[in-house]
Ligand binder design. Structure first.
Ligand SMILES: Nc1nc2c(ncn2[C@@H]2O[C@H](COP(=O)(O)OP(=O)(O)O)[C@@H](O)[C@H]2O)c(=O)[nH]1
Ligand SMILES: [Mg+2]
Length: 158
């Protein structure tokens, strides 16, 4: 955050977390599990600016025309999470994190589902290839892995 924004009282312009990933990757569910959005999770049809997070629709990632939208959006985040459902094809282009203006972390979702464990290695490679330096396997349903992820996120947002 810039000092000029702090002086101007503009800190609230900055959401803490931004999430990107394909539709159904588990973005909204994870934000709810981390207490970043309240209420029920509905399908996100547009970019949602919540007080603590920017939840983005998967369609942005799926279209080569819209991918670049992540650059200006990420200027308002302190950390960006790249979410990957290990059962689905990764839509992250190699090095996509280079367009982001905030540090990024990789998150593998749904590890509670049968068969997820043997997919973690490939999913990790795909996220590293997208440009993240660290990968966190999690389940928003059982809570597995959330403490480690939260601890890492806190380093960026506090
Ligand atoms: N088993 C399991 N299901 C999940 C998990 N996270 C999300 N889901 C389910 O996956 C579907 C898509 O989740 P959602 O958060 O709406 O995905 P989004 O489109 O990326 O926001 C929903 O039916 C969720 O209940 C998880 O960790 N484990
Ligand atoms: Mg959503």
């Amino acid at each position: 955050m810039r000092q000029s924004d702090i002086d101007a009282g503009n800190e609230n312009r900055f959401r803490k977390i931004m999430v990107i990933g394909r539709s159904e990757a588990g973005k909204s569910t994870l934000m709810a599990a981390l207490g970043m959005i309240d209420g029920t999770v509905t399908k996100t049809e547009s970019v949602q600016f919540n007080s603590n997070c920017i939840d983005t629709p998967g369609e942005l990632l799926e279209s080569p025309f819209f991918k670049h939208t992540f650059m200006p959006l990420s200027c308002k985040a302190k950390v960006v999470l790249l979410l990957l459902d290990p059962f689905k094809h990764s839509s992250f282009s190699p090095g996509i994190t280079t367009i982001l203006r905030a540090p990024s972390l990789g998150v593998i979702t749904k590890i509670d589902l049968p068969g997820a464990e043997k997919r973690i290695e490939l999913a990790t490679k795909q996220l590293l290839n997208a440009g993240v330096k660290e990968v966190f396997p999690i389940s928003s349903v059982t809570g597995e892995g959330l403490d480690a992820l939260k601890a890492r996120i806190n380093v960026y947002i506090n």
